[in-house]
Structure formats: structure tokens, C-alpha cells
Write a protein that binds this ligand. Structure first.
Ligand code: THU
Length: 149
């Protein structure tokens, strides 16, 4: 089974579930702190964990480009370092006109802590969103059980 981008349409923000709107607000606040002097591409992320705690992140670039960190991984590292184990929902706000989804490395890290979660992305103007289950964004990710086989 393969998915078409039409299976997950871009929808007006008014259709977004209310609890996720709070995460969008938090992601936008974090996005203002994005340190992106090299790409000028600002990203903010916010997640809620299984305990109901919210963690936010922004991208943090570096003069040594590969040392830069994406907003999603910043938020996840903050969650784990504060005792969180499970992502329930994760939201990001990028800088492209249309909602964007996490890079491959972030998908791998989201999967480690968020099997079964959805990824919701909002455009920078806050007018539209797109929501895709992680398993459809990343169907063949490397999961911890593979290490036992
Ligand atoms: N970036 C993120 O933080 N999250 C994404 O989902 C896509 C890309 C960052 C990495 C880099 O700092 C900048 O955006 C341009 O790639």
C-alpha cells in the first residue's frame, strides 16, 4: 500500500482539533527563538507526552553545518531529559509557504519515542495544516526490535 499526498490534504486551520491549537501556539513561540543564521529557515516544534507535559524546540544551527539540530529533535531531547518517554502528538511550524514534514533523521527519532503518533504541520501564516500518521510518513523505519533479530 502506498500513500498519495492527496490522502492527507492541506486543510484550513479552523478544522484543527483544539488541543493541537495550543501546541501550534507553543511551536510558534519556540520558532521565534530559532537560531538559523545560515539557512534563515526558522522552525518551531511542540510536542505533548504521555504525561500531558508539553515540550518545545527550535532549530539550532552551527557554523559547522552538520552540527545543527532540527526543531523536532530539540523538543524530543528536552522531553527525554525531563523523564518523558512517549510522544502523543507533535506539531511543527516551518518557513515554507505550505506545511512541511520532518527530515529523515527527525522521523527516525520521532519513531523511537512516538510509535503511533501523528505529525501535524502548520504553515508559517497559521492558515492551513496537514496531518499524517507517523507510520505513513515513515513506514519502514528502523525499530528497536530489529536489534534482537
Ligand atoms: N529544519 C528543522 O528544524 N525541521 C524540519 O522539519 C526541517 C528542517 C531545519 C534544519 C535547518 O536548520 C533548517 O531547517 C534548514 O534545513
Amino acid at each position: 500500500m502506498s500513500y498519495q499526498s492527496n490522502d492527507y490534504p492541506i486543510r484550513p486551520i479552523k478544522e484543527l482539533e483544539k488541543p493541537l491549537k495550543k501546541l501550534v501556539d507553543r511551536a510558534n513561540v519556540a520558532r521565534r527563538n530559532a537560531y538559523a543564521p545560515y539557512s534563515q529557515y526558522l522552525v518551531g516544534a511542540a510536542l505533548i507526552d504521555s504525561r500531558g507535559k508539553i515540550f518545545t524546540g527550535c532549530n539550532v544551527e552551527n557554523a559547522s553545518y552538520p552540527a545543527g539540530l532540527c526543531a523536532e529533535r530539540t523538543a524530543i531531547v528536552k522531553m527525554v531529559s525531563e523523564g518523558g518517554k512517549k510522544i502523543k502528538e507533535i506539531v511543527l511550524v516551518g518557513s515554507s509557504a505550505e506545511p512541511v514534514f520532518p527530515c529523515g533523521m527527525c522521523l527516525q527519532v520521532i519513531q523511537e519515542f512516538g510509535q503511533g503518533c501523528r505529525v501535524t504541520s502548520v504553515d508559517p501564516k497559521g492558515k492551513v495544516f496537514r496531518q499524517v500518521p507517523l507510520r505513513d510518513l515513515f513506514p519502514f523505519g528502523f525499530t528497536p526490535d530489529k536489534l534482537d533479530q
